[in-house]
Design a protein around this ligand. Sequence first.
Ligand SMILES: Cc1cc2nc3c(=O)[nH]c(=O)nc-3n(C[C@H](O)[C@H](O)[C@H](O)COP(=O)(O)OP(=O)(O)OC[C@H]3O[C@@H](n4cnc5c(N)ncnc54)[C@H](O)[C@@H]3O)c2cc1C
Length: 416
Amino acid sequence: MSEASATIIGAGIVGMSTAAFLQRSGYKVTVIDRLPPGEGCSFGNAGGIAFAEIAPTIHPKVLLKIPGWLMDPLGPLTIRWSYLPKALPWFLAAGRNAMPDRVRAITAARADLALRCVADVETLLKEKGAADLIRYQDTLRVYDTEQQFQAEAAERETKKSFGFEMKTISGDEARELEPALGPGVHRAAFHGGWYFVTNPERVVKTIAADVARNGGRIIADDVVAIDRDGGKATALQLKAGGRHVLDQLVICAGAYSHLLGRQLGERFLLEAERGYHMVLPNSGVTLSRSITYARTPGAATPMEMGLRLAGTDEFAGLDAEPNYARADALWKIFKMVLPGLREPDAATTRWMGRRPGTPDSLPVIGPSKTTSNVWYGFGHGHMGLTWGPTTGRLIAEIMTGSRSNIDLSPFRADRF
Ligand SMILES: Cc1cc2nc3c(=O)[nH]c(=O)nc-3n(C[C@H](O)[C@H](O)[C@H](O)COP(=O)(O)OP(=O)(O)OC[C@H]3O[C@@H](n4cnc5c(N)ncnc54)[C@H](O)[C@@H]3O)c2cc1C
């Protein structure tokens, strides 16, 4: 029997992890991306292997904060108003998913994904001699008021109920651990488990190099159309003019995946949740771990290229120009807890990336309902670095007919 072959669209953390796990299962793999590996959204994240983040991105407590955030143009969440009508179905679905029974079900599904994610990252990196990329240093969440700290009590209880340890410490203990923290830090918490990587782009490029070394092909091109015949995908039309004939197809195209799914007659609710980062090679701040700050969703992470401040969520569609003032706003906020943070200088870089966000804070992992040889792995929102390797393993298990260790029904493609 000839070797089974699979084509993966997307060379981000999800696509490259899928290629790596499929290769381990005996598939001959081809990955197609218009960008080099790890240069889409996976390039610039905060580096958190945030396995304890089991609460959905949008939950009732967050809904209460949204009006205040929206009033502030540089606050952590913004919608370009001209874009709102287009995003409305997504927001309505997000509202429905913020109901208590949905939040419980989503939390349980996210906790299931968390089970193996550190082991899956290690499987892809450790054997490649890239273990230096992972830092087993638990992220510290800092609070500047007691009220802020108490506002997250319910979330800490939920994490505890799923077995994540929630140790809290005083402001002074936090400063002893991380002397860069300022006097305003009132309390801190290890919020259940987050490791970090020191270069998310290098994570993907390391996996890609290994896939290529093991015989995988990586093609630099844009997939413009999927040809179908009799309920099967037969070939991809590439922008450079070629036609790539298919055996099996996995769509891991990040925030663009719904556009490809639409060609197969499938409807997904997917929005680009645009996040920003600023990297300060000369930050003046030394941290031994990643810091999150209760005032804003985001993190300050010490990386090999400098201190990376990453976060914020902007709904403006796939194509709107970046607004780098949002990256500068992260600097202003983190300056409140890291007073030694130096002004951005000529070496400072700013970046915008499109998180592939679903309205239920869960990814799509599983088979297409319309096309028998197509599978999906996308929609990882704020958690793609964390769940990408696990998604790759799960897709390989589904495609080879192995039994997965978790219930996959919350991730099915026809739930929208
Ligand atoms: C500011 C910020 C901070 C973040 N922090 C964290 C964090 O700390 N921890 C965490 O787990 N996650 C974090 N994330 C989220 C994480 O980065 C994403 O969920 C993840 O990168 C998504 O990976 P992906 O492989 O699905 O998408 P991508 O990396 O975007 O890869 C998809 C690829 O598909 C390609 N593609 C799309 N369509 C086509 C086509 N038609 N033809 C050819 N190629 C195509 C694109 O070029 C792209 O390279 C953060 C994100 C941001 C923006």
